[in-house]
Design a binder for this molecule. Structure first.
Ligand SMILES: [Zn+2]
Length: 167
């Protein structure tokens, strides 16, 4: 349920974002069987990407969607990473909510940097966001509440440790 698609030109190491409300789907089918086939790394990367969508949200009108997505990701990403069937389904819903939030508010500097750096150095998108988001949000001090950053820091560290252990 997002307003943006990306086309990656691997030979030029460039990602081309295309944003238009005309490409936003009218509906989404959230099939909980799909995330069951994902590797733990993909679960972590896509989960951190969704968390970044929600954190970068800058609209009061989509705040409820973003806050619910942050809460659901916080509650489910670790067990989802560890293969729990039910929480993988919850992460699927959280990602949709985060996508709906950013489709109304668009994205910020974290995603912009992640697109450039990820394309240049072949770093998975969600991994790049996970590395950058707490830096950019802390530096810019836009809208994010420091309480949220402090609450999420252990989650970032835990996901980073899990990823590092399996790299
Ligand atoms: Zn993203």
């Amino acid at each position: 349920m997002a307003v943006i698609i990306l086309i990656t030109d691997y030979s030029q190491k460039i990602k081309y974002p295309l944003a238009d409300f005309e490409i936003t789907p009218d509906m989404a089918i959230l099939d909980s069987d799909i995330p069951q086939t994902m590797t733990p790394k993909l679960i972590a990367y896509t989960g951190m990407d969704a968390l970044t969508y929600a954190i970068e949200n800058r609209s009061r009108f989509s705040d409820p969607l973003a806050k619910e997505a942050i809460s659901m990701i916080y509650d489910n990403i670790i067990t989802s990473y560890n293969g729990d069937v039910e929480t993988r389904g919850e992460m699927h819903i959280a990602q949709c909510l985060a996508g709906m939030a950013f489709s109304n508010a668009l994205l910020g500097i974290t995603h912009s940097l992640a697109h450039k750096i990820g394309a240049q150095y072949h770093i998975p998108h969600g991994c790049c966001n996970a590395i950058l988001v707490h830096i950019t949000e802390n530096l810019l001090h836009f809208k994010i509440d420091l309480v949220i950053i402090k609450a999420l820091k252990p989650l970032f560290l835990k996901v980073s440790r899990l990823l590092f252990r399996f790299n």
